[in-house]
Write a protein that binds this ligand. Structure first.
Ligand SMILES: C[S@@+](CC[C@H](N)C(=O)[O-])C[C@H]1O[C@@H](n2cnc3c(N)ncnc32)[C@H](O)[C@@H]1O
Length: 218
């Protein structure tokens, strides 16, 4: 099989971390990865026939949890996209099943038909792209969602605890990532509204700096 190619983007892609990502992520999520992903999956209110898109899917753990609730024979499919080809390769090698498809793609330029998904989800992706790509990716999510389709975004947001503030501000400066600064100033809800979604609700919070937003395309 030919090697996959990464997709050009100004987002911070993680090709360099693909081989260790599955070891590091459980540590970053402080042992709560299973609970965190289960909460996101529950918020999606999945029907077996759904088509669900996961933006910046990384190695595909969340995408696969979603896929396990779907029925391929009834048209159910989880699609994981990531601009980093090495992440997609790990996802394909480790998380394949009949209801999942992983492909390299940039979230800001989705190669899917209008209104072709029942839900769009993303976990810890939006702090990897700047404000203009954040908005483009949310607008693209709006375009590919069917009316009534759900958008769930779990990402860094205004910290709610001292530890959350410490971790997020240290991350912003340690990784020299202004995109994190945008998140912790609270930019995500206003971008969702700008893209056409109703004001999102915050359904859960983790670690004092991650919020799980939910809204629906009208
Ligand atoms: C922190 S990881 C999150 C992975 C996974 N969603 C999770 O929760 O573990 C962020 C991912 O976003 C990807 N990424 C960065 N810029 C992107 C873009 N413009 N389009 C799609 N994926 C992108 C990176 O390659 C990386 O895999």
């Amino acid at each position: 099989m030919p090697n996959l190619s990464s997709v050009p983007t100004t987002g911070r892609t993680l090709d360099h971390a693909a081989s260790i990502y599955d070891l590091v992520e459980p540590l970053l999520l402080l042992g709560k990865q299973a609970e965190y992903e289960r909460d996101i999956v529950n918020l999606l209110e999945i029907q077996p026939t759904d088509r669900i898109l996961d933006l910046g899917c990384g190695t595909g753990t969340l995408t696969r949890s979603i896929a396990d609730r779907l029925d391929a024979s009834a048209g159910g499919q989880a699609v994981g996209i990531d601009a980093a080809a090495k992440m997609i390769q790990v996802a394909r090698d480790k998380r394949s099943c009949p209801t999942v498809w992983f492909t390299p793609m940039a979230a800001e330029v989705l190669d899917f038909e209008d209104e072709s998904f029942d839900a769009v989800v993303s976990s810890l992706f939006f702090h990897h792209v700047d404000a203009s790509l954040k908005l483009s990716a949310i607008k693209e999510s709006f375009r590919v969602l069917r009316p009534g389709g759900k958008l769930i975004i779990a990402d860094m947001h205004i910290p709610t605890t001292f530890m959350g503030a410490l971790i997020s501000h240290v991350s912003r400066w340690f990784f020299m990532q202004p995109q994190i600064g945008e998140n912790i100033r609270g930019i995500l809800p206003e971008l969702m509204v700008q893209a056409g979604f109703p004001e999102p609700s915050i359904e859960a919070r983790y670690f004092g700096y991650v919020a799980v937003f939910a809204t629906r395309k009208p």
